[in-house]
Ligand binder design. Sequence first.
Ligand code: HEC
Ligand code: HEC
Ligand code: HEC
Ligand code: HEC
Ligand code: HEC
Ligand code: HEC
Length: 308
Amino acid sequence: MVKITLSILTIVLFITTILMFNIPVVSSDSGEQSQNADENPLTEKCYKCHDKETEYKEWKVSGHAKTLATLRKAELAQDSCLRCHSSSIPSDVPLWGKDWRSRATLKTAQNNVGCSSCHRHGSKRKHYLTRSVKKLCVTCHQMDCGCAGGGIIHQSQAEMFAGKGGNGVKRMPSPHIKEMPMRCVACHMEKETSVEKVVARGGHTFVASMESCQRCHLGEDDISIRVSALVSEVNSLLQQVERMLEDTSAQKDSQVYKDAKLNYDMVKGDSGYGFHNFAYAKALLKYSLSLREELLGNKSQKADSSAK
Ligand code: HEC
Ligand code: HEC
Ligand code: HEC
Ligand code: HEC
Ligand code: HEC
Ligand code: HEC
């Protein structure tokens, strides 16, 4: 028994060492390569013709340009995660095609979420987009797609925006869905200046621009005041649920724990403060809190029985 445990330990240690050894090698590699645009495979072959464009310059500073490094540093990284953390070069392999996954591995993958994650020469769509704008971002910015191992919720913008997927709350789409045929692109890619200018927010930086709110919320004194009130409300609910989940002695695999935790993870996965749908975020967290008695009641029962 002890021997088995020891050999398991050795294997775990061995794997950990390999991982620890690999991470700095890989990430410093990619850091150096991105210094030299001409040889930078992380930007695919598109840079050869498109590197002077504002889109390229903006993309280079965006989160999308470092997705591979992020992934390689992650504890649970595996090949299937590449589906959302890397685009599909060699470029002869069709994007989202059925065979690319078998070719790229954590070791061999070279690209971040690059131009070809969203564009492809030959596409019939405007700007050669690979998918319609409605589907483009949410293909990756969704809860567990079932393709990277079960139960992973680290991004839930798609579900939060659509107001679905949580426990105990009816469907509740963001009021912005109806107003924004361009969906995510409307807030995250709107340019504050002309297309030719490299910008700090919007465009291919994908950073949401608060300027864009004024288009519709013009009458309001300041939309950012309304937003920060809502953010702190959501944050305080998040903290309450977090404390409840810490205090409970309910089994982690009990249904009631899982129900409360899912809603919490969803709001967290939205980037922490429920921005994409405040009303839904609040409803989700309040539902979790409504399970308080079951979650904490368990604890007092257990305490009772151990006292006996
Ligand atoms: C191929 C998958 C994929 C697609 C398509 C995609 N994203 Fe992302 N996005 C990611 C990943 C992975 C990250 C995580 C970046 C990191 O921290 O490494 C990310 C990060 C982001 C971030 C945070 C940026 C930061 O600086 O940390 C924003 C905002 C974002 N994406 C918006 C969008 C929008 C808007 C679209 C659609 C136009 C989109 N994404 C399409 C995978 C994707
Ligand atoms: C369905 C698409 C998808 C899959 C599959 C996926 N990711 Fe992500 N990942 C994303 C997106 C989108 C973001 C950016 C989230 C944000 O900025 O809010 C992200 C961000 C991250 C981050 C940055 C920190 C965080 O939690 O936001 C890490 C680490 C990460 N992913 C690890 C992984 C690992 C490990 C796997 C495989 C087990 C994986 N991802 C599979 C889409 C995905
Ligand atoms: C995460 C998805 C995504 C990535 C990655 C991405 N783009 Fe785009 N790109 C878009 C979307 C969406 C539009 C359309 C925006 C609109 O209509 O407002 C667009 C528009 C463009 C346009 C047309 C701009 C205009 O307004 O005329 C060019 C050129 C372009 N992209 C080039 C690139 C290049 C080069 C890269 C790689 C450095 C890249 N894109 C990476 C999503 C992406
Ligand atoms: C050999 C040079 C070359 C390479 C390599 C190249 N492109 Fe292009 N691209 C062009 C030219 C020229 C245009 C303008 C004419 C056109 O629309 O086809 C263009 C147009 C585009 C547009 C349309 C911009 C708009 O205003 O709508 C997008 C998007 C784009 N390319 C993406 C890519 C992506 C993604 C890659 C890499 C997978 C790539 N390109 C590789 C030369 C190139
Ligand atoms: C009404 C405008 C709006 C819409 C629509 C919208 N977002 Fe956001 N999003 C924001 C704002 C504002 C933030 C917070 C930005 C910040 O902190 O800089 C944000 C934050 C994010 C983040 C976290 C960024 C970070 O730096 O960690 C991601 C990822 C993201 N949005 C993706 C999406 C996706 C995917 C969609 C479509 C389903 C979407 N957003 C729709 C306004 C919007
Ligand atoms: C295309 C028009 C449009 C744009 C652009 C827009 N909104 Fe809205 N927004 C609306 C409408 C319509 C409603 C629903 C009526 C209301 O509550 O004012 C709404 C509701 C809201 C709400 C309350 C609903 C909720 O989610 O709980 C907030 C907060 C909000 N918007 C913030 C923003 C921010 C921040 C931006 C910019 C990043 C923005 N909006 C951009 C049209 C827009």
